[in-house]
Write a new protein. Structure first.
Lengths: 205, 205
DNA sequence: TCAGATCTTGCCCGTAGTGCAAGTTTTCCC
DNA sequence: GGGAAAACTTGCACTACGGGCAAGATCTGA
C-alpha cells in the first residue's frame, strides 16, 4: 500500500479523475453527443488540448472507470491460486471484483450509468474496452488449460467470460433488484454450462 | 428468390458495394488511417457527401461485409427447428454460416483480412458490430429457454455465442490451416462446456 | 539552487460528420 | 409518353475532433 508518489503523478491522477467525472456528469446531464470535449475540459479546468493528452475521445473519458476496473480484474485473475482451473480462476476473480469494485457503488452511480444506456457510440466503446484486454486475459489463463488447441480455447474462454461479465453488469444496471453478485453467478453459470442448462445437444445433427 | 428490384434499388446496392470494396482495398493497401473518406468516395466515383449517406465512417464501410453476414446469421437462427434448444439452434446456424458464407471465400479475402488485423479502430468497430445484434439474437432464442432468469440467460447465451464466433473467425483468419468449420466447432464446444473442458468438472476445489 | 525532464497551453491544419438547398434521376400513375 | 412526386446526389458551410509543434510553466533530482 505504498502511496509514495510524487506531486507530479498525483496531479496527473487528479486531472484524469476530474476529466472523467466531468465527462460522466455532463454526459448524463445533457446526453453525450450534446457535450463537447471543450465543455468537459472547461469543467475540469484544463484546456481542450490537455484533454487530448489524457483521453483520445469523450467516450474514453466516460469509460475511464470501467477501464480501471478491468485492469483490476486482470490483476485479480493473476492472483488466483496457481492450481485453479481456468474457468474457476476467471469466475473467482469476477466475483471478487463484483464485491470490491461494485459492491458498495452509490445508487447515484447506477442512476448515472442507466442514463448512458443505449447510446450507440458508448456501447461501441464499452465493448471495445472489454475486448481490449481479451488477449491479455487469454494469455493469463492459457497455462491453466490442458489439451490441444490451447491458443484458440483460451481465447474463447476469455472472450465468453468477458462477455458474461459485461452482460451481468449491464443487466444489474438495468435491473438493480439485488446485488450484482447474484446476477453474476447466474450469468457465469449459464456461460459455463450452456449445454446442460438448455437441453442436451448430443452432437446436434 | 424474386429479384424484381427497381433500378433505384439496384443502383444503391451497387454504390454501397463499390464503396465497401473501395474501402477494403484502400485500407489493406495503405492502412486504414492513411485513407481518407474522400479517397474512398473518389475510388467509388461518388462525392464525399454521398459516402456519408451510405456509411457513417470508414470503419463501417470496411465492415459492411461482416454486417451482412451477421444479418444472415440472424436469419439462419430464426430458421432453426422450432423445438431445437437454444444453444443447438445457435451453433447449428453458425455452422451453416461457416459453410455458406465463409466456405468458399477466396484466399485473397483472407489476405485482405489479415492485413487489417490488429488495427485498434477496426477491432473496436468489429466487436461493436457483433454486439449490435446481440439483443436481437437474445430475443430470438429466449423462447427456446426454460427456467428462471430468461432475459439474463438468453442475453448471456447470445453474447457468449457471438464472442465464440468472433474468436473462431479471427483465429481462422490468423491461422487458416484447415476449414473454418473445424475451428468453429472447437470454439463452440469450449464455450458450451467451458467447465468440463478445462480440467476438473466438479468444483475443482 | 538550478538544469533537465515533464506537463500545459495556444495555434494551426487536415479530416470527419451533418443540415440545408439546389440540381438530377427514378418512379408512379394517368 | 408525359409530367408530377419522391428519392437520391452533390456542393457548401459550419462545428467538432485529433494531433503536431513550440513556447511557457511546473516538477524533479542532485
Amino acid at each position: 500500500m505504498e502511496e509514495t508518489t510524487g506531486l507530479r503523478e498525483r496531479k496527473k491522477a487528479a486531472t484524469r479523475l476530474a476529466l472523467h467525472e466531468a465527462a460522466l456528469r455532463l454526459a448524463t446531464e445533457h446526453g453525450l453527443d450534446r457535450v463537447t470535449v471543450e465543455a468537459i475540459a472547461d469543467a475540469a479546468n484544463v484546456s481542450r488540448r490537455t484533454f487530448s493528452n489524457y483521453f483520445s475521445s469523450k467516450e474514453e473519458a466516460v469509460f475511464h472507470g470501467d477501464a480501471v476496473r478491468l485492469r483490476r480484474l486482470l490483476e485479480l485473475v493473476r492472483r488466483q491460486p496457481a492450481d485453479a482451473p481456468a474457468w474457476d480462476a476467471l469466475s473467482g476473480a469476477a466475483e471478487r471484483l463484483a464485491v470490491e469494485a461494485y459492491g458498495n457503488a452509490p445508487p447515484s452511480w447506477l442512476v448515472h450509468r442507466r442514463q448512458l444506456r443505449g447510446h450507440p457510440g458508448l456501447v461501441a466503446h464499452q465493448v471495445a474496452a472489454y475486448t481490449a484486454i481479451e488477449r491479455d486475459l487469454a494469455d493469463d489463463v492459457a497455462h491453466r488449460l490442458t489439451g490441444p488447441d490451447g491458443a484458440l480455447r483460451s481465447r474463447v474462454l476469455a472472450a465468453t467470460f468477458l462477455a458474461s461479465l459485461r452482460v451481468a453488469i449491464q443487466h444489474w444496471i438495468d435491473h438493480p433488484d439485488g446485488p450484482l453478485l447474484d446476477i453474476l453467478r447466474t450469468a457465469l453459470t449459464e456461460a459455463a454450462g450452456a449445454r446442460p442448462g438448455t437441453g442436451a445437444p448430443a452432437t446436434a445433427g
